[in-house]
Design a protein around this ligand. Structure first.
Ligand SMILES: *Cc1c(COP(=O)(O)O)cnc(C)c1O
Length: 366
C-alpha cells in the first residue's frame, strides 16, 4: 500500500465486489442448460462494466472457448489473456479498411454483402469469419436480398471463410410476443439459403425460450453478470455487491433544504448521511428524492434531495444515533436491492445500471 493509501479500500468512496465465482457458476449453469450446444460468453463493454480482463481466464478455465466483444480494440485487449484455442468474435462487423488489422483468433462478424466482399478481397479467406443475418430487428446483418445474392455466389461465400451464421432476437425477454417465433422462422430460412454453417441465435433471454433457439452456439452476456433478463430465467446468481461510504453525518432542523435546487425540505428534525457516490459513479440522478435508497442492515434509508455528481443524501433518522459513523459502508447493490431493483427505481434496465458503474470504487474480485 502506498503511504497515502490512495489505492486502498479505506480511501475509496465505495467498494465494488464482483464475485468471479458467481460469474463462472452462471456460465456453467447456462452451458449445462444449452448442451449439446456450446455457450459462449459475451464480454463486450468490459464485461458490462465488471472487468473483462479479470473474467475471461476463469471463464476459459470453466470450459468457455467463444468470447464476443463489439469492437476490435476490445478483442485486441483480451487476445493475449486467452489461449489460441479460444476464439474472439467482433460483433460490430468489419469496418472499412480494418480487415488487415484482425489478428489470429479474432473473427469479424460480417454484417453486409460489402463486408463479405471486403473480407474475401483482403485474401483472408483462409481466416474464418461469421455471417450475421437480420431476422427482424433491422439493426445489423444481411437482409434477405443480400442473403440470396451471397447464396448465388458460392465463390464469394467460400472466400469469406464463414464458419458460423448468427442473428439476434429483439423481444426474447417478452416470451408472450410472437416476434421470437417469427425471427426463429426467418433464421431457419436464412440457414437454408446459406447451408453448412453452424448457427447462433440466442442471447441470455433467448436461451430460456427453449432448445429450438439454441442451435450450435448461445451468446449470453447479462445473465453471466447476474441480471434478470427474462421472466423465464432461472438459476442465475447475483454477481455484484456495492457498498458506499458515509462521507458526513449531520442533523438538520425542520424547514431545512437539501441538495441542488432545494427540491427537498424537512418537516422535522432530520438526521442525514451524505454518501460518497453520485451520478458520475453511475448512481443515477433519477434516484433522487426517495426513488432510490441505501440499506443499513434491513433498514431502507430513502434518498433525500437530488443526487449530485459525487454524492447524495439519505435520511437516517430511523436509525439509532450511534448506529452510523463517518466512513461506514452502506449497501447500494446487494442482498436488499439487486442491480435490477436499482434499475426499476431509476426507470431503466439492469444492463444500463451495470455498464454505468463508475471507475472510482475500490474493486474486489473474489
Ligand atoms: C449484447 C449481445 C449479446 C448478449 O446479450 P445479453 O442479453 O446480455 O445476453 C448477444 N448477442 C449480441 C449480438 C449482442 O449484441
Amino acid at each position: 500500500m502506498s503511504a497515502l493509501g490512495s489505492d486502498s479500500a479505506a480511501a475509496a468512496g465505495g467498494i465494488l465486489t464482483i464475485s468471479v465465482e458467481a460469474v463462472v457458476a452462471n456460465w456453467r449453469a447456462l452451458a449445462a442448460r444449452v448442451a449439446p450446444a456450446r455457450s459462449a460468453a459475451v464480454v463486450k463493454a468490459d464485461s458490462y462494466g465488471l472487468g473483462a480482463a479479470r473474467l475471461v481466464r476463469p471463464l476459459y478455465e470453466a470450459g468457455c472457448r467463444d468470447f464476443f466483444v463489439v469492437a476490435l480494440s476490445e478483442a485486441d485487449a483480451l487476445r493475449p489473456l486467452l489461449p489460441l484455442d479460444a476464439t474472439i468474435y467482433v460483433l460490430n462487423g468489419l469496418l472499412p479498411d480494418t480487415a488487415h488489422a484482425y489478428g489470429e483468433g479474432i473473427l469479424p462478424v460480417l454484417n453486409s454483402l460489402a463486408q463479405c466482399r471486403a473480407w474475401a478481397d483482403a485474401r483472408r479467406g483462409s481466416r474464418p469469419s461469421v455471417i450475421q443475418v437480420d431476422t427482424g430487428m433491422s439493426r445489423l446483418g444481411l437482409d434477405v436480398t443480400e442473403q440470396q445474392m451471397l447464396a448465388a455466389d458460392p465463390g464469394l461465400l467460400a472466400a469469406t471463410g464463414a464458419c458460423l451464421i448468427m442473428s439476434h432476437l429483439a423481444c426474447a425477454d417478452e416470451p408472450d410476443k410472437p416476434a421470437s417465433g417469427e425471427q426463429l422462422a426467418a433464421f431457419r430460412a436464412a440457414r437454408q439459403r446459406l447451408p453448412g454453417l453452424s448457427g447462433s441465435l440466442a442471447a441470455s433471454s433467448g436461451i430460456f425460450l427453449g432448445a429450438d433457439y439454441h442451435f450450435d452456439v448461445c451468446r449470453p452476456g447479462a445473465s453471466l453478470y447476474g441480471i434478470e433478463t427474462s421472466p423465464l430465467a432461472e438459476g442465475i446468481k447475483p454477481v455484484v455487491d456495492l457498498r458506499v461510504r458515509v462521507a458526513q453525518l449531520r442533523e438538520i432542523e425542520a424547514g431545512s433544504s437539501v441538495g441542488y435546487g432545494y427540491t427537498f425540505r424537512t418537516s422535522r428534525t432530520t438526521r442525514l448521511a451524505t454518501l460518497a457516490t453520485g451520478y458520475a459513479d453511475g448512481w443515477w440522478r433519477r434516484l433522487s428524492n426517495g426513488a432510490g435508497a441505501a440499506y443499513f442492515g434491513d433498514t431502507r434509508l430513502p434518498s433525500v434531495g437530488r443526487v449530485s455528481m459525487d454524492s447524495f443524501s439519505v435520511d437516517v433518522t430511523a436509525l439509532p444515533k450511534e448506529a452510523l459513523a463517518e466512513g461506514d459502508l452502506l449497501e447500494l447493490i446487494g442482498p436488499h436491492q439487486s442491480a435490477d431493483d436499482v434499475a426499476r427505481a431509476a426507470g431503466t434496465i439492469g444492463y444500463e445500471v451495470l455498464t454505468s458503474i463508475g471507475k472510482r470504487y475500490h474493486r474486489v474480485y473474489r
